[in-house]
Ligand binder design. Structure first.
Ligand code: 5GP
Length: 238
């Protein structure tokens, strides 16, 4: 006779092997935007996409499912749900503007022998590593559309500039950067920094949090560490 506990164990095994239970759960999203000037102003060089130099504004790094304890799932369902750009054809013009890659990794030489970044490679990386972990809630089209919509809802550069914090190569206090964004949107952002070739810390990425549907900004259950930042950080020109 098959006992209830045997059935329960078989069900649990099915759920975990089917990858729908453990690894594809999460609590909230980090919506991460990067300052292109800081990505480019490091020892590693940066490359521009074929569409040319992006505008001087924050751009999307990604939408990352996260747990409230700070850990995060990754690479959850690539085999079954690989990146397929044809599913987001209608979103490409928006993604080219707001979600450009600046990385030279895997870059291609253009006809005039310039090196360009590869947007498709970046979007594929973000979908495979992060998006497949939230695909029970957002399919590929919904994931990319929700991310682009979040970007349209908050203009970080405008908020900072309104508070006198400009990408002019000067130093600004992390406290003031945080305060400006918190006052404007009512939610505290996370801030991470990187280092320029002279060793100065600079404003690199700004994290906002969104609910599991990526439809509303929420208070971050946990903020990324600010250890990478000094009290005053450079806001580089781009
Ligand atoms: P993550 O794994 O943190 O989601 O994304 C980082 C990866 O995306 C790295 O492998 C990096 O080379 C690639 N990548 C491509 N373009 C960009 C870009 O514009 N910014 C950042 N931060 N990473 C990029």
């Amino acid at each position: 006779m098959i006992s209830i506990s045997t059935i329960a164990i078989k069900l649990l095994m099915l759920l975990s092997f089917g990858n729908i239970w453990i690894s594809r759960d999460f609590d909230f999203f980090y919506f991460v935007q990067q300052w292109p000037g800081s990505f480019c102003d490091t020892k590693k060089s940066c490359c521009f996409p074929l569409t040319g130099k992006p505008v001087s504004n924050f751009s999307i790094h990604g939408l990352w499912p996260n747990f409230s304890n700070g850990s995060f799932p990754s690479n959850c369902n690539i085999a079954e749900n690989p990146f397929n750009q044809s599913k987001i054809t209608d979103l490409i013009p928006r993604a080219e503007k707001g979600w450009a890659s600046l990385s030279c990794a895997g870059s291609k030489k253009t006809e005039n022998n310039k090196t360009s970044s590869d947007n498709t490679r970046f979007w594929k990386h973000e979908w495979d590593k992060h998006g497949t972990c939230s695909d029970l809630i957002l399919d590929q089209h919904a994931y990319f559309e929700a991310t682009l919509n979040l970007k349209d809802r908050v203009d970080l550069l405008q908020i900072l500039q309104y508070n006198g914090i400009k990408p002019d190569g000067n130093l600004y206090s992390i406290v003031n950067i945080t305060k400006a964004i918190t006052q404007a949107i009512g939610l505290e952002p996370g801030i991470t920094c990187n280092t320029d070739p002279s060793g100065n810390r600079q404003l690199n990425e700004i994290y906002l949090c969104a609910d599991k549907y990526a439809s509303s900004f929420i208070e971050c259950p946990i903020l990324p560490s600010r250890k990478s930042c000094t009290d005053m950080v450079e806001f580089p020109i781009f």
